[in-house]
Design a protein around this ligand. Structure first.
Ligand SMILES: [Fe+2]
Ligand SMILES: [Fe+2]
Length: 368
């Protein structure tokens, strides 16, 4: 052994080459610069999709394909160009819109990626493991992983809803499995909206249901209940970063609805401008009501009702309701449960300028 450094010696180069030839490597050969949470920055861009651009494409898809054996689902995916060629809106979340016309059936299948639906227009029924669940605008419906699920529209109006899935997470784990039901919808074996009849009150549960379940046994969260809860909360409490914000919960634990996805609804009250923070989780947002903007790492991204937005991890963000009279309601899905389960969730408040970022560009100026 010697105290003289050989790091840059010819012998060391030869050593590295010999290691590489045997599929080995030396850890000291690589730099591991220290990086604090404050120094972490967004690994890819945020992305916004306008409803005025999305809606015509949904109707065009309606003219071109039908759900069924040929095209599976009539779904338009919203892809973040910062992740190309990956299909996600963030590195963990798929964001898409699905259209089912009156009389159509999107046949049942099941897969290991988990999905949630947030209903936008019309009315439909989603079958979840034999439970017919009615979906009206503003309702959240869960299709947990490996549950049979299909959709049918028995009304006279087209039905459009948001699909969020954890496909990139399941893909990274090489755990993707998909199976089609032999034909049409899986049969109804339960009462319509049975899980809501059991657990839908939110604060009362059947006395025999004492077990904490990893996946919420409640599969539907109707809008009327959600909207009322938002307004009740607004009368007593608001969060510095999200204003009046609620998470949809698993009634057996009070925690996230699903192991990989959490779902939230938030109201930015008229005139409110939240403080900025950043975190290790990413999220996708839909402007369900109202208009306003979000400032992401100094870029102002304006929103109108119906628009969508994806938030990468580690970017500072703050919300603004531009109206002094109308509420701004945002639905969001986030990968936060995965980060919490792995002990990787970090959150950091923006400390400068009283918690508000300086706007340096608009979305159009920065991203075209
Ligand atoms: Fe599916
Ligand atoms: Fe946040």
């Amino acid at each position: 052994m010697t105290t003289e450094s050989k790091l840059n010696s010819p012998e060391m180069e030869e050593f590295y080459n010999d290691l590489a030839g045997m599929n080995m490597d030396a850890l000291w050969h690589h730099n591991f610069p220290s990086q604090t949470a404050a120094e972490k920055s967004a690994p890819y861009q945020p992305c916004r999709w306008l409803w005025k651009d999305i809606e015509p494409m949904i109707w065009r898809a309606g003219d071109l394909v039908q759900p069924g054996p040929e095209s599976h689902r009539r779904v338009i995916q919203l892809k973040n160009p910062g992740l190309a060629p990956m299909p996600g809106a963030t590195h963990t979340l798929v964001l898409a819109l699905q259209l089912v016309y009156p009389g159509e059936v999107a046949p049942s299948h099941r897969h290991t990626p988990t999905a949630i639906r947030f209903m936008l227009k019309g009315k439909t029924v989603t079958m979840v493991d034999g439970e017919p669940i009615t979906m009206n605008p503003g309702d959240l419906v869960l299709t947990p992983n490996w549950t049979w699920h299909g959709h049918t529209n028995e009304t006279n109006e087209p039905a459009i809803w948001i699909d969020n899935l954890d496909v990139p997470i399941v893909g990274a784990l090489k755990a993707g499995i998909h199976e089609d039901f032999p034909e049409g919808l899986d049969p109804s074996t339960k009462m319509p909206d049975e899980s809501f009849r059991r657990f839908g009150s939110g604060h009362l549960r059947p006395i025999k249901s004492k077990k904490a379940e990893l996946i919420s046994p409640l599969h539907s969260y109707p809008w009327e209940q959600t909207h009322q809860a938002l307004h009740e909360l607004a009368s007593v409490e608001a969060d510095a970063f999200d204003d009046v914000a609620l998470e949809y919960t698993n009634p057996t634990t009070g925690g996230h609805v699903l192991p990989t996805l959490a779902c939230q609804i938030q109201m930015i009250r008229p005139g409110v401008h939240t403080k900025a923070h950043k975190h290790s989780s990413s999220a996708v947002f839909h402007v369900y009501k109202g208009s306003g903007h979000v400032i992401v790492d100094g870029v102002k991204i304006a929103w109108k009702e119906g628009d969508f937005f994806s938030l990468p991890p580690w970017c500072n963000h703050e919300f603004v309701n531009d109206s002094n009279s109308e509420e701004l309601v945002l639905y969001s899905s986030t990968d936060q449960p995965v980060f919490e389960a792995l002990g990787l969730w970090h959150e950091l408040a923006y400390e400068k300028n009283g918690g508000h970022q300086e706007v340096v560009a608009t979305y159009e100026e920065r991203y075209g």
